[in-house]
Design a protein around this ligand. Structure first.
Ligand code: PXP
Length: 253
């Protein structure tokens, strides 16, 4: 199949993590979003967590006002988050599982086990014209549930692939490839993300059916050493290289 250019969604949550460590306004995640766009981000992703540990309600309001690229709002499937999403109407909403004590989103959403509970949220967001994405593990049962829920997009959790090493990582990569091909074949728009770095991104970016990667923590961490713009430019370069996209915008053989 033809490989489209892969979109890069830059997740700015951890700019807010640093800001919140001091409880002041600097560094501003909205300013980081603007820089990310200048550096080549195709979209901005932000996770409004129930405990507001990083991104705040005010950040979402500002991002909704100023962004010139699509905002992908990550939320748990709760009534509070649904109300916020319906108020701001971002381009997309990615439904993620959320546990209060976790350091980050630990696993995919159990779309199969929570089908009936999730249906209401997928329907309400879709009715408002928001593109709904479900963050799930690379598993056909979960993909079937996403299809039955009527979500047009799924984002495959790459966290386990990034954390594993050697044969175990290679096996997880195969699982991801199989799941992406399966979902794509059933008509889903396929995204992937979590834990991706310069070291892990290329094998994922090579998967031809993928349309978008969402990357945050590594880029914000790398920005400390090389600056946000340079970090995003390098990630974009690696993604393009994996995809066979040559610098003048053409697609290589
Ligand atoms: N995709 C989803 C659904 C996420 O929840 C996260 C983390 O907020 C990411 C992508 C980005 O993960 P990371 O910050 O590890 O790059």
């Amino acid at each position: 199949m033809r490989r489209n250019k892969l979109r890069l969604g830059v997740n700015i949550d951890h700019v807010a993590t640093i800001r919140n460590a001091r409880g002041i306004r600097h560094p501003d995640p909205v300013r980081a979003a603007g820089l990310a766009v200048l550096a080549g981000a195709d979209g901005i992703t932000a996770h409004l967590r129930e405990d507001r540990r990083h991104i705040s309600d005010e950040d979402i309001a500002s991002l909704s006002d100023v962004l010139a690229v699509p905002l992908n709002l990550e939320i748990a499937a709760t009534d509070e988050m649904l109300e916020i999403a319906l108020r701001h109407k971002p381009h997309a909403c990615c439904l993620v599982p959320e546990k209060r004590q976790e350091l980050t989103t630990e696993g995919g959403l159990d779309a199969a086990g929570q089908h009936n509970r999730l249906k209401h949220y997928v329907d309400e967001l879709s009715r408002a014209g928001i593109r709904v994405s479900l963050f799930i593990d690379p598993d056909e049962t979960q993909l079937d549930a996403a299809i039955s829920l009527g979500a047009p997009v799924t984002e495959i959790h790459t966290g386990a692939y990034c954390e594993l090493t050697g044969d175990a990582r290679a096996e997880e990569l195969e699982r991801i490839k199989k799941a992406v091909a399966y979902g794509y074949g059933k008509g889903l728009e396929m995204h992937a993300g979590h834990g991706l770095s310069y070291e892990t991104v290329k094998p994922i970016a090579e998967i031809p059916e993928l349309m978008e990667l969402n990357i945050g923590h590594f880029l914000i961490g790398e920005a400390i050493f090389h600056g946000l713009e340079a970090s995003i430019v390098e990630m974009r370069r690696l993604m393009d290289e994996a995809r066979g996209v040559v610098p003048n915008g053409a697609t290589g053989a």
